[in-house]
Design a protein around this ligand. Sequence first.
Ligand code: NAD
Ligand code: DAU
Length: 345
Amino acid sequence: MNILITGGAGFIGSHVVRRFLKFYPNYNIINFDKLTYAGNLSNLKDVEDNPKYTFFKGDICSLDDVTNAFKIHNITHVIHLAAESHVDRSIEGPLEFAMTNVVGTLNLLSVAKSFWNEGEHVFHHVSTDEVYGSLGEEGLFMETTPYDPRSPYSASKASSDHFVSAFYHTYGFPIKMSNCSNNYGSHHFPEKLIPLMIGNIVNMKPLPVYGKGDNIRDWLWVEDHASAIDAIFHKGKIGESYNVGGLNEWRNIDLVNFLCDLLDKKLNRESGTSASLITYVKDRAGHDQRYAIDASKISAELGWKPSIKFEEGLEKTVDWYLNNQDWVDEVTSGAYQDYYKKMYS
Ligand code: NAD
Ligand code: DAU
């Protein structure tokens, strides 16, 4: 099997690459990535000498790049994670999200379709729970929940999902799809809530909580997302989509306070020191109130479930960031500094 993993140098992609190399030593893994600000090859330093691993620098929007990757590596399977992934950036500049997430996905589908005439193939598209919109106090997102994207990011992901599904219905193209809730863990780019807060707590900077801090997210350990992708890729049905989530809902403010308490202890600070940095700031435009996933389909049909409790995963995550300040400095140098200043000064 020659698997093209797009976005393998990003947060979730790097965990998927590592998992597949570890558990499937016969597979050839080709990490196809443009290396945007969010992609970093140092995320995969530990596997770069593995003979079954190859890095291919390319843009999913480029017909030439994708065609070359398919030709050179005789690609038989795809796990597609490459995307622009940050909601705040999509509000600032939606066009890039349409280009990468919609046009890039369509380009990838079209090239794969042109190469795959016979044989067993799978195109696994990795998507998000944000395509379902925003929940009130009750209810969970199910695979049957109608799409209702509300941010430019989620609109672009929803559109890509529709193209993937259209390829299945129109051409019988062998797709599988997953829609996952918020991930957390190591190598998470420090513009997202959890790593941003950890960094700012460590450096005694203000902790920007949007609006009232009462928005709710359903958090999942990134390695559990990688294990769900593994289960769907190997055992999921062609043409089906699977929701993936942690049944682990947290209000943003409670999560930030939890991190403050944890880091006060780890950094030997007086209790309450870090929480005093909490600063309520202007709300995100169109901020979705609540996400929560019903993962009963993947658990009943494929036997998947999360492996680790949130408090334990968060502590591991905090320890990883405390021990990997060099990584944080590396990925936040350069262009990220301008974005950060614009957002938070
Ligand atoms: P990320 O931003 O950390 O990584 C994205 C990767 O894609 C980077 O390595 C980047 O260089 C690459 N990339 C971007 N544009 C590209 C292009 N044109 N061509 C080739 N490579 C390109 O993202 P992530 O958080 O790891 O998310 C990965 C996927 O999972 C995305 O599709 C996202 O929508 C989805 N997802 C993310 C979460 C989450 O909580 N982070 C939850 C559910 C689903
Ligand atoms: O639900 C899955 C989605 O989760 C993925 O599809 C996205 O790629 C991923 O980025 C994530 O989107 P969110 O917008 O939920 O994640 P983010 O970390 O940006 O924000 C989490 C919550 O925290 C959200 O309610 C906004 C809030 N927030 C975020 C930041 C960066 C703050 O209050 N302050 C902040 O500084």
